[in-house]
Design a protein around this ligand. Structure first.
Ligand code: PMP
Ligand code: GLN
Length: 380
């Protein structure tokens, strides 16, 4: 039988490609976003304790109750939002699953979804698999700000949702209060949902506040807010995330989630519930990564790369136009092979392959790894 692809234009993700190239060539891997340092030993012990205590069978479909309660209380403290843990929170198998469930719950064939580019690579395939139509708006260059006039222009009666991501992967920009004002105007004129990808909510720098949709009742009532424990606890391989949304949206979200994965890893959920009682770990994450950003910047100061602003996430964009005019994908591959440092070419995050001659570097690495990478980068 002839197989008809549902995603004929989609290949293997750039994260897999670049991490493999880095491994094959022995390059320092600053491409795919994951820490190369260890998880807090206490968290591993907690998972172990819950496994030994026999918490090894299916979790409830919505997620374990103590974890949902801990998240509700954290959300109230941080964003002033009163969230009902029973009707508004779903624990998922990573933010990727939450994004897919949210998009699937909302998007009917022919619905338009506003995607701001460069965009994390799972958004558009999820829209397409639901026969939705992505409508694109590009961040301005080189500030990487949202062009709200363009967004307003391109949103219409067929727009079901807008996907936002702050702090933003891959650019490191964050929403400011003027963005919230523009968003308020957008939703006052258009009846649409907001899918807010806030996986880097705790990785924000220089004293800036994180503008979660949950802070603003008129935005929160139409938002599915998605986050991930992987970023917050240096556990990207554990794949646990969550979605916070009003009860009627959560009910639709859970209709998808229950048949996509049904439930997520039980002992890890209990361990996160325990560790959430120590707010210090997530409250100090911003300063932890800010120091790494500053160290990396200092180490590459004498290179021919020019850093763009990085206000959040553990990624920084470096402009390489003083080095070469090669396409970002070609330069990323050559840099890995010839100079021994792997990075991500951001053109893959644009539907039209926009190439601004920048590469994305992940600085969630040991100081020693950053040092080693910087020495190589300075030789280019
Ligand atoms: N959204 C963004 C912006 C991300 O960078 C990531 C990182 N992988 C995800 C979603 C997915 O998170 P998770 O690993 O929890 O699925
Ligand atoms: N979020 C990480 C990144 O942007 C990795 C995502 C993935 O590997 N799917 O690099």
């Amino acid at each position: 039988m002839k197989l008809k692809s549902k995603l004929p234009d989609v290949g293997i993700t750039i994260f897999t490609i670049m991490s493999k190239l880095a491994a094959d060539t022995g390059a320092v891997n600053l491409s795919q976003g994951f820490p190369d340092f260890d998880v807090a030993p206490r968290l591993v012990e907690l998972v172990n304790t819950h496994m030994k205590a026999g918490r090894n069978q299916y979790a409830p479909m919505q997620g374990v109750e103590v974890l949902r309660q801990a998240l509700a209380s954290k959300t109230e403290k941080l964003y002033g939002a009163a969230i009902d843990p029973d009707t508004q929170i779903t624990i998922t198998s990573g933010a990727t699953e939450a994004l897919y469930s949210a998009i699937t719950a909302l998007v009917h064939p022919g619905d338009e979804v506003m995607v701001i580019e460069p965009a994390f690579d799972s958004y558009v395939p999820a829209i397409l698999l639901n026969q939705g139509i992505p409508v694109f708006s590009k961040l301005t260059w080189p500030e990487y700000g949202i062009d709200w006039d363009q967004v307003l222009d391109r949103v219409g009666p067929k727009t079901r949702a807008i996907i936002l991501n702050s702090p933003h992967n891959p650019t490191g920009t964050v929403l400011g209060s003027q963005d919230i004002e523009a968003l308020r105007l957008l939703v006052s004129r258009n009846d649409l949902f907001i899918i807010s990808d806030e996986v880097y909510e705790h990785i924000i720098f220089d004293g800036r506040p994180h503008h979660s949709m949950l802070r603003y009742p008129e935005l929160a009532r139409r938002s599915l807010v998605i986050s991930s424990f992987g970023k917050t606890y240096h556990t990207t391989g554990w794949k646990i995330g969550y979605c916070i949304a009003p009860p009627e949206l959560t009910a639709e979200f859970q209709k998808v989630h229950q048949f996509l994965t049904f439930a997520s890893n039980t002992p890890i959920q209990y361990a996160y519930a325990d560790i959430l009682t120590k707010p210090r770990l997530y409250l100090e994450l911003g300063s932890f990564y800010q120091r790494k950003r500053d160290l990396f910047l200092e180490l590459i100061a004498d290179s021919r790369f020019t850093a763009l602003q990085c206000r959040g996430t553990y990624f920084i964009m470096l402009d390489y136009s003083k080095i070469t005019s090669e396409a970002d994908i070609d330069f990323a591959r050559r840099m890995t092979r010839q100079y021994g440092v792997a990075a991500i070419p951001p053109s893959v995050f644009y539907h039209d392959g926009t190439d601004n001659k920048v590469l994305r570097f992940c600085f969630a690495k040991k100081d020693q790894t950053l040092q080693e990478a910087a020495e190589k980068l300075c030789k280019i």
